[in-house]
Design a protein around this ligand. Structure first.
Ligand code: AKG
Length: 276
């Protein structure tokens, strides 16, 4: 059974375009204080594992912490907008960065090279505590998700221009495209830093699942054109091309191509003219 979230909780087209450009969407302090107060104990005790491909509504028992998390109206609305009704759970994990642990995780993507042009998995990251810079907030590289890499092939990169480190209020949730380059930073504080991550697989075509009322808002194109400091001026075009391909798939509109980057590389005329 899937409950359709209220329209007001679905993402807008501008938010979806932001996700397609950045590879992430952040919702600050969206989880209520009473849940955040319980969370560290719940996460410390562990969340029972789930077999790959378990439907979301079977993965976590009704009333459980994880179930309440994914049923929060804004969380459910974002999830529906990104992966649609009836997603399955790929896996979940509690990530703990220990106090003064002395090392960081290398930059990585969470899977092998994944070349799906028209589908993606979504990872939800939930931070129950206030995360300060020295608690090792997750590093991520905005706009890296469509530059497809293999697991920790990017691990040799120590820092990239434009990378971000998550600093947030308790109850913050971040949705990530599966391909984003990320890694837990070194925790230099005296506090253990908890994060709960769930990966979701879509079971429907990811086609106009959000609130499309603003589909033609000029902000959509502006979002899709966002450039990040780690791009070379020319290779930034590759990311714009990749985003346009994804936006075409998500909207079902293969004429969308504001700067003709897709049109250029798909121009393969088939008309044969008689030899002169
Ligand atoms: O702990 C973190 O901040 C990130 C951990 C993570 O996402 C991972 O291990 O894949």
């Amino acid at each position: 059974m899937t409950i359709q979230p209220a329209r007001e909780h679905l993402l807008t087209s501008v938010q979806m375009a932001h996700f397609v450009a950045h590879g992430s969407l952040r919702m600050d302090a969206v989880v209520p204080d009473d849940m955040n107060a319980q969370a560290v104990d719940v996460l410390r005790a562990g969340i029972p594992p789930v077999k790959y491909g378990t439907p979301l509504n079977e993965a976590f028992p009704e009333g459980s912490f994880a179930r309440r998390l994914v049923e929060l109206p804004q969380v459910a609305g974002a999830l529906y907008s990104l992966v649609g009704p009836g997603p399955t759970v790929d896996h979940h994990a509690v990530h703990i960065r220990k106090p003064n642990e002395g090392h960081a995780q290398p930059l990585h993507g969470d899977a092998i090279i994944d070349v799906r042009p028209d589908a993606f998995d979504v990872q939800l990251m939930y931070y129950p505590q206030k995360v300060t810079l020295d608690m090792g907030g997750t590093l991520s590289v905005p706009g890296s998700h469509l530059r497809r890499t293999n697991e920790s092939d990017t691990g040799r990169y120590q820092n990239l221009r434009g990378q971000t480190r998550l600093v947030c209020e308790p109850g913050t949730v971040v949705f990530l495209h599966h391909g984003i380059w990320h890694g837990g930073r070194r925790n230099d504080s005296d506090i253990a830093r908890y994060m709960f991550k769930i990966r979701f697989n879509p079971t429907v075509r990811q086609l106009r699942l959000w609130n499309t009322d603003d589909l033609h808002d000029p902000e959509v194109v502006a979002e899709l054109n966002t450039r990040f400091p780690w791009y070379e001026p020319a290779t930034g075009r590759l990311e714009v091309y990749n985003r346009v391909m994804l936006w075409q798939a998500l909207t079902g509109d293969d004429t969308f191509d504001p700067d003709y980057w897709v049109t250029r590389v798909s121009n393969r005329p088939q008309r044969i003219v008689a030899a002169g």
